[in-house]
Design a binder for this molecule. Structure first.
Ligand code: ATP
Ligand code: MG
Length: 326
């Protein structure tokens, strides 16, 4: 049993260290990238007409071991707009299409995964806020979606208060884990869509998961802040959740026309090796249109490049493991 007082002290230390790290990292970035250095600014990429030919990764052997089902995966990156929600929704949908039972947990007050899955937040009895703050069982907050096998625990803007309201709460870092534990057996995959911050909500997401999925946008500054995320994962691993591991890096918004995207992809592969998914998600307008219709891309435009990419990604992530429930 973890002693809650000890946990609270440890968690306080975690946050202090995080704040210090963040301040140091921001200072270092500011020093390394002076405003006036034009060549380091986005948008000054040399024009590049020819498509970049990537290494034919399909020829590489993919013998990564896949963790057993059920898998609880936190989709996290404190950088905003890198494709966390798009990946949680569409990877979730593609896994559901493969026959797995999938739950997407929206842990972001923006509620983008909720609306992106067609849930109208006005008609909800319970949301993730009630689960985290008012001990409402997770089961009561689960909503079906238009895709068979795909379910969501919705979030609304009320969740914005949770970062503050959770502070004095008992075992505040483990609230989500405890709630998820009671429904884990009903699903093959639980994907937690984390907000773009490293606050208490994301800590809850990381404490509840066994795996971290990190979407990385193939753009300038893509790797900035990644060290901070990995340090955070390590701190949660050491203090709250020893099973936690970064297993999956997804390259998003890949634009084969820019040299930069290819460089970012190569650099990320050098750092993370086999954790980087071989199938990258291309930048496509259809993927950005789908959420406003409340549909995952495989329903919105089943034959689009985005749909194909997330289907391939789902096959790669699952490794073809046999469904456990359903
Ligand atoms: N592959 C893609 N091609 C084109 N647009 C994309 C792609 N992936 C995501 N987008 C769009 O980029 C924006 C940011 O994506 P998304 O919301 O998934 O990022 P996020 O990391 O969840 O953002 P936040 O940090 O705000 O939660 C959205 O408008 C989304 O529709
Ligand atoms: Mg999001």
């Amino acid at each position: 049993m973890i002693d809650p007082d000890q946990l609270r002290t440890r968690a306080a230390a975690v946050f202090d260290r995080l704040r210090e790290d963040q301040a140091r990292e921001s200072a270092a970035v500011a020093r390394e990238q002076p405003e006036s250095a034009d060549e380091t600014k986005p948008g000054t990429d040399p024009p590049f007409d020819e498509p970049v030919v990537l290494p034919t990764l399909d020829e590489q052997r993919d013998d990564r071991p896949r963790p057993p089902l059920p898998r609880v995966m936190a989709v996290a990156n404190q950088k905003g707009g890198v494709g966390k929600t798009t990946t949680a929704v569409n990877l979730g949908a593609a896994l559901a299409e493969l026959g797995y039972r999938v739950l997407v947990v929206d842990l972001d007050p923006q509620g983008n995964a909720t609306t992106g899955l067609g849930i109208n937040s006005r008609n909800l009895d319970a949301t993730i806020y009630d689960v985290l703050l008012h001990d409402v069982p997770m089961e009561d907050a689960i909503e079906p979606t238009s895709l068979r096998n795909l379910f969501v625990v919705p979030a609304t803007i009320h969740l914005a208060g949770a970062e503050i309201e959770l502070v004095p709460a008992f075992s505040r870092e483990l609230r989500l884990r405890k709630a998820i534990e009671l429904v884990t057996d009903d699903f093959d995959y639980i994907l937690i869509d984390c907000p773009p911050s490293l606050g208490l909500l994301t800590v809850n997401g990381l404490a509840a998961a066994t795996e971290v999925v990190v979407p990385i946008q193939c753009e300038y500054y893509a790797l900035e802040g990644l060290g901070q995320l990995l340090r955070n994962v390590n701190l949660v691993q050491t203090n709250l959740n020893p099973r936690l591991e970064v297993t999956t890096i997804v390259l998003t918004m890949y634009d084969a026309r820019t040299r930069l995207a290819e460089q970012v992809a190569r650099e990320v592969r050098q750092h993370f090796g086999a954790k980087v998914c071989r199938h990258m998600v291309p930048r496509t307008v259809r993927l950005s249109e789908a959420p406003s219709f409340g549909q995952p891309i495989i329903l919105f435009d089943s034959s689009s490049r985005g749909a194909t990419a997330y289907r391939e990604l789902a096959k790669e992530v699952s490794g073809g493991a046999a469904q456990r429930v359903g």
